[in-house]
Structures are given as C-alpha cells and as structure tokens.
Design a protein around this ligand. Structure first.
Ligand SMILES: *[C@@H]1O[C@H](CO)[C@@H](O)[C@H](O)[C@H]1NC(C)=O
Ligand SMILES: *[C@@H]1O[C@H](CO)[C@@H](O)[C@H](O)[C@H]1NC(C)=O
Ligand SMILES: *[C@@H]1O[C@H](CO)[C@@H](O)[C@H](O)[C@H]1NC(C)=O
Ligand SMILES: *[C@@H]1O[C@H](CO)[C@@H](O)[C@H](O)[C@H]1NC(C)=O
Ligand SMILES: *[C@@H]1O[C@H](CO)[C@@H](O)[C@H](O)[C@H]1NC(C)=O
Ligand SMILES: *[C@@H]1O[C@H](CO)[C@@H](O)[C@H](O)[C@H]1NC(C)=O
Length: 497
C-alpha cells in the first residue's frame, strides 16, 4: 500500500522550510499532503471525474510554507507548474468560514489583508482563475511581500481568493504568459512578473529557472531549487529537450513524448498510439498522469488494470505495487532521454481509510487501488506526479528547455550549481541529439504483450480475462480521488494569434 494519508484535515504534519538563500539559488522544501475537502464544493466538471462517490475528498499535492505581508502571516500553499499565479484564500472567504464542517476552515492558512501594512490592491476584481478540474478562485490582484525559503520577494503580485471553492492557495510557477490575467484580457501585455521572474528581477536568482525533486511516493518531502541544479538528486545524465510553444507563445511545459516501453522479467514491449509523438505537459499540480486512450489501454492490459465505469477511473489490485515491472517513458525522439517509472510509483490508495475491495471478477476480494496512468480524450496530455516523482526536472523558462534525468530517490547528498547568468544553459546538461526526429511518427506494430506475464508474476494477481465483469464494493465509507488537476484552463487563448 502506498501513500498513507495523514488523518483528518487540520492534523496534517507541520511543514519545515529549509532555507539556503544566497549564491544565486533559493531552496524551498515541499511536503506531500492530502487535504480533505467538502465534495459538494468540488464537483468535477472536467471529463475525467464525473462522479463523486465519497463523503469527503482528499486532494493530493506538494505544499510549501511561505510568509506574506507585514507583519508576516504564514500560509501553506500548493506548488503548481501547470499555472502561473500565486493566490491565497482571503480570511473572509466563505469556504474558509465553514468551520462547522469537517472540511472547511482553510486549515493551511488564510490571508487577512487588513492586517498587512504593505498590502496594496492593484487589480480590483481582476483576479479570476479556473483550473482543468473545474475549481476556481476569484477576487483582486494585490501586491505584498512574499517570503519563500528564507528569501523575501518585495512587491509580489498575487491573487486574493475572495470567492473560491478551494480551501488553500497555490504557487503557480509556470510561464508568465499563462497567468490568468493574460487569458482573461486576451492580451500578452497584461502579464506581470510572476514569482520566478520577480526572483530574478530582485537578484535572488540569476535566470528564470528552477529544478523540482518530488522524491519517492513513500517519502513525504522533496524540494524546489530556484536558480540552480542539484547534481546529487539524479542518476545518469541530465539531458535537455525542447519545450514547444502553443501558437508561437510559450505558455506551458509542453514536451514531445515519443515512446513508452513496458518491461518486466518476462519481456519488453514498445507500446503504440495513433497520437505519437504525444504532446504532454509536465504538471506538478496534477496527481495522476493522463495519456491518450489507445495508449492507456495498452498500459492497462500490460499490468491488468481495469477501467471502472462506476468511478470513471482505471483501478488495480493494491498488491500490484509489488510488481517487478516498470515503464520507460521516452522523450524528444529515439535518441532522447528515457525515464523509468516503477510499478510501486504507479499504485495509489483510493481512500484514506480501508481500501475498497473488488466485488466481482477475477480480482474479487482483493483491495482496489487507483492506477497512476489514466486516459484522456484530447491533447495536451498530462504527466503529473505519478510520472514526475521518478524524474529530476529542470525548468528553464529563458531558453525554453527542460532538463530531465532519472531521479535519485531519497538522496541525502547535495551539490548545488547555480545558473551562471540570465539565459545561461542548464548546468551540466547535454542537449538531446536529433530532436527534429521527435516530430516523426514512429512505425507501429501492436505490442505482443511479452511483458504482461512478468508484471503480475510474484503478486497474488493474474491478468483478468477480457470482458470479465468487475465491480468495486462500495458499501464502506471511503474517500475517492486523492487527485487534483491544477493545470490552468484556457491556455488555448492564443489560437487566434
Ligand atoms: C477587511 O476590511 C474590509 C473593509 O472594512 C472588509 O470588508 C473585509 O471583510 C475585511 N477583510 C477581512 C479578511 O477581515
Ligand atoms: C510593483 O509591481 C508593479 C507590477 O509589477 C509595478 O507596476 C510597480 O512599479 C512596482 N512597485 C514598486 C514600488 O516596485
Ligand atoms: C525512500 O524513503 C522512504 C521513507 O523512508 C521509504 O519508504 C522508501 O522505500 C525509500 N525509497 C527508496 C527507493 O529507497
Ligand atoms: C515467475 O517468477 C518465478 C520465480 O521468480 C520464475 O521462476 C518464473 O519463470 C516467472 N514466470 C514468468 C512467466 O516470468
Ligand atoms: C523498443 O524501442 C527501442 C527504441 O527504438 C528499442 O531499443 C527496443 O529494442 C524496442 N524494444 C522492443 C521490445 O521491441
Ligand atoms: C477512458 O477509457 C474508458 C474505457 O475505454 C472510456 O469509457 C472513457 O470514456 C475514457 N475517458 C476519457 C476521458 O477519454
């Protein structure tokens, strides 16, 4: 069983911020958390989850503690590479005043602007953000001091969530062109310097870049290093690949996924999809990974995962976390970097309590878990935390490149190298060769599923017979969906340019 969840909302572990500001880098520790939410506030309108079957919902993500205002107020915010605004819940927001329920109350902290002498409204009513999962936050844009990893960024523009259905704020570190204000005004000139840009402008870092180390599913903490690379947090080579623009504008961390190989003691298969090369966004604000349905189905067949129409979700026996199989994600063409993701990173708890069990079918009686690779209908597809934990990823927003390497789980060593200057290449990275081949369709032969037997060998699980009816026992009270999809909605605004 993976990913045990801290008890009730409010009793979450305290976040520790390790700071090492100076020398052109700022290190910010992030903590994996699950935050209980009132499901009536969180009906998913996206196509991924239509049905909320639980009495509460826990959101999974990586959170960091920061301080805002003068005197400073402490808040814990979710780190998100899929959006670009920092926003905080206002103390007067209705969702934060619902302390009578088990869910409300904004236990990770709220911001009271009336108590900050440096608070200044700069865009009354102009803050309005919607995320792919249907949640949203609205209010004013304001400026105030923002303290992160021991460094203070003055005059930081942020959103004040006055009307919102999310009980905690976010730190969006994506491209400034993906700020909500740019989409809402349909004007690139409304972009303001967001956190990574402001950190460079204020001299805390030398270029607009950071590295994200999420670490193991079983580990509670990772970190984000602004302005540098830590060569002790990965194994093998750090390779840089192109980020692709959307209609000539860089708005999201869109890269070319060009292969997916399944491997186990019984064999290897290159999986196929009509969508190769697949445009995928590296999004730390998304818990699971979402691939085209044809490819996801091949993955599910390899591992024996089953799509539950009831939950609109691919599920798998929890025991499969012990499988010896793994997947290798290839990027930027045949000579590009490849990242291995083991099965124990892909099997997640569905609930915070006792897991639900399969009621019928070949898995009857076994505990059911959420599978880390789900399907989605249209591009761009998302590689969320179930992929990102296995990769050390450097985001270079000046050269529009991603540096990627196999993560070194639980590394306790550190060797930080700062970017030398604004626009410097990613330290120690080599550029992936022949990236032009990334745009070519690979030749495709349907996989023989040679790896399939080895995925299930050694676990109590066997592959289900095709068409075998399956249902989950839902009589218990449980939580479904420790997942969020905090990619900002509407990055297609440049379609007209
Ligand atoms: C701050 O003061 C304004 C005006 O008095 C008030 O409307 C608002 O609710 C206050 N906000 C909080 C969080 O107390
Ligand atoms: C604060 O930031 C805003 C927007 O980025 C800018 O227009 C303004 O000049 C800045 N003010 C100060 C005092 O730096
Ligand atoms: C990393 O540490 C966690 C927590 O101590 C442990 O459960 C996990 O097995 C470790 N992972 C690896 C790959 O060693
Ligand atoms: C299953 O595992 C056993 C023991 O590890 C091994 O002897 C056997 O060959 C494996 N079978 C397959 C199909 O991989
Ligand atoms: C899958 O593709 C890679 C890269 O083209 C190749 O090296 C490997 O041998 C292939 N594996 C199988 C099982 O065909
Ligand atoms: C995912 O696949 C299932 C099973 O084929 C299908 O019913 C569902 O509509 C797909 N979901 C999306 C978002 O494409």
């Amino acid at each position: 069983m993976k990913c045990s969840i801290a008890g009730a909302a409010g009793s979450l572990f305290a976040a520790v911020v390790l700071a090492s500001a100076g020398n052109g880098v700022v290190l910010w520790d992030i903590q994996k958390r699950h935050v209980a939410q009132d499901p009536s506030k969180l009906q998913r309108r996206g196509s991924t989850y239509e049905e909320i079957i639980s009495n509460e919902e826990a959101r999974g993500g990586y959170f960091a503690t920061c301080r805002l205002g003068t005197p400073s107020q402490s808040l814990t915010l979710q780190l998100d590479t899929g959006s670009s605004d920092i926003w905080v819940p206002d103390s007067s927001a209705a969702v934060c005043r619902e302390t009578e329920t088990d869910f409300g109350g904004c236990s990770l902290g709220t911001f009271n602007p009336n108590k900050s002498s440096t608070f200044d409204v700069v865009g009354p009513g102009e803050f309005d953000i919607s995320y792919v999962d249907g949640s949203s936050s609205k209010g004013d844009y304001f400026t105030d001091d923002f303290e992160i990893g021991g460094a203070t960024v003055q005059n930081m523009t942020m959103g004040l969530g006055i009307t919102t259905d999310i009980t905690y704020g976010l730190v969006g570190v994506g491209y400034a062109m993906n700020e909500a204000i740019v989409g809402n005004t349909q004007s690139t000139s409304s972009a303001y310097p967001n956190l990574p840009v402001n950190m460079m402008d204020e001299g805390l870092i030398n270029t607009i870049a950071y590295s994200l180390w999420l670490n193991d599913l079983d580990s509670s903490a990772g970190n984000i290093l602004f302005g540098g690379v830590d060569t002790e947090k990965y194994v093998g080579d750090l390779t840089s690949i192109k980020i692709y623009p959307t209609n000539k504008v860089f708005t999201s961390f869109l890269v070319a996924m060009t292969s997916l190989e399944a491997s186990s003691p019984s064999g290897n298969d290159n999986l196929t999809s009509r969508a190769f090369p697949i445009p995928v966004v590296l999004d730390s604000g998304t818990t699971l990974s979402y691939l085209p349905t044809d490819l996801a189905k091949e993955v599910w067949k390899e591992v024996g995962a089953i799509y539950s129409q009831q939950f609109q979700l691919a599920v798998i026996p929890c025991d499969m976390a012990n499988s010896k199989g793994y997947f290798t994600f290839g990027f930027a063409g045949p000579d590009g970097p490849r990242i291995k993701v083991r099965m124990d990173e892909l099997v997640l708890d569905l609930t915070s309590g006792r897991p639900p069990t399969f009621k019928t079918g070949i898995y009857a009686g076994q505990d059911a878990c959420e599978f880390g690779i789900q399907n989605f209908t249209s591009a761009p597809y998302l590689l969320g935390d179930t992929f990102l934990r296995s990769a050390y990823v450097v985001y270079d927003l000046v050269n529009n490149e991603i540096g990627i390497a196999q993560t070194d789980f639980n590394s306790t060593k550190s060797n930080i190298i700062a970017f030398a200057s604004n626009g410097a290449q990613i330290p120690t990275a080599t550029i992936a060769p022949n990236q032009n081949e990334a745009t070519q369709r690979p030749s495709m032969t349907s996989p023989a599923y040679d790896a399939s037997a080895g995925f299930t060998n050694g676990s109590a699980t066997n592959n289900p017979a095709p068409g075998m009816p399956t249902a989950l026992e839902t009589s218990q009270i449980f939580v479904l969906g420790i997942s969020t999809t905090f990619a900002m909605l509407g990055s297609g605004i440049f379609l007209g340019l």
